[in-house]
Ligand binder design. Sequence first.
Ligand code: 5AD
Ligand code: SF4
Length: 442
Amino acid sequence: MATDKTFFLETFGCQMNAHDSEKVVGTLEHEGYRRVETEDAADLILYNTCSIRDKAEQKVFNRLNDYKKLYKQGKRFAVLGCVAQQEGEKIFERAPYVSIVAGSASYRKLPEMLVQLEAGQKRITGLDDRQTDETFETEFTARTNPYRGYITIIEGCDKFCAYCVVPYTRGKERSRTSTSVLNEARRMADSGYTEIQLLGQNVNSYLDPEGKQSFAELLAAVGQVPGIRRVRFMTSHPRHFTREIVEAIEAFPTLCDHVHLPVQSGSSDVLRRMNREYTREQYLERISWIQAAKRPISLTTDIIVGFPGETLADFEQTSDLLTKVGFDAVFAFKFSPRPNTPAITMDDSIPDGEKSSRLQALLDQQRETQRAIYNRQIGSILEVMVEGHNPQKGQIMGRSSQNKTVNFTNSQLILPAPGSYVNVLVTQGFPNSLVGEAVTLQ
Ligand code: 5AD
Ligand code: SF4
């Protein structure tokens, strides 16, 4: 009987959500549920939602409407993730056929929730909000990729940037012990993983509950786990970005040549109103540490355009900061007012058309910057981790330590397996990818 319970899970949002889903899948499987590939084949349909931007909650409600008829067929529904936490019991009002509403800070209680569901209970909630000090750790994580895996080192966020829902949807900051992180890294290495991505909304706010290791020390320790060839970490907050982190990257080649450091705006005035806790100058100082490193470290960032009160002069400061730094990639978004956040009460009077043209101007500028950066790599030999093949184009796809996409050909007859590492001579550069030829197979 137990083996006959099936579930379908769909995930939206960031890497934290993607990884939460891997843990949720592992937990469900441990509870006797079997994952299926279609909603049709499932008894339980789970929907892991994101509410970072746009009208996310509206999209969720629209989707839930579609489920009405499936409920009549006996299927049950769980809404997880940030929209679940944000909207809470309101979801039951608008979609009475939903049985479980749970935010990420409550996932460790999923087994209990499943028991309640099976007992026929309705309106089961896991809405821990900012109450919990616990993290969601499970040995049953069902990782989707067999050679690159995530490890959450810190959950939640205490930063309260004026525009951001995360402190309300993911609870307060709580770090895992370095012992438990390292044990997980060793277990992963033992089962064949060579790349680890350490995750957290603010990875560098990491505070070891055992007091053993700083974030930089933890990075170094994960980088020294035998078998691990690449370590990445996401997302760093500029306020807590230390020289020690750069020194760790310099000292341990397994730590990838890449830092994602969201700046959000190039104007100190806007940064202050965003409650980012750093100025333009302080941000640029951190960039100078990274750019002075012994190895070239790629830099990527996030930008919000059209934050309430952003003047043209503020915007030009952002554009100027992009020129000064020369980022390897920029993820830029139009400001979107989010429920519960302080910015929702601010004067969001910049017309949408103006936000769009500022966004477009940044993207155009950035494309040219990237064209130059990617072209500069022509002639260099990069170590690439193979991700897949494109038989139509006869190309192998992979990623460099700097996190750049590399498409390459291989004159040797063997096709390198996904997860293997190949040295590639770069022959061409595009704004978002490199092209090359394999020089040795390792
Ligand atoms: N509006 C627009 N962009 C946002 N981000 C977060 N909240 C908002 C918002 N309300 C962006 C930030 C963040 C990235 C994950 O999403 O740039 O770094
Ligand atoms: Fe979206 Fe933020 Fe939640 Fe990730 S943490 S799913 S980005 S709202």
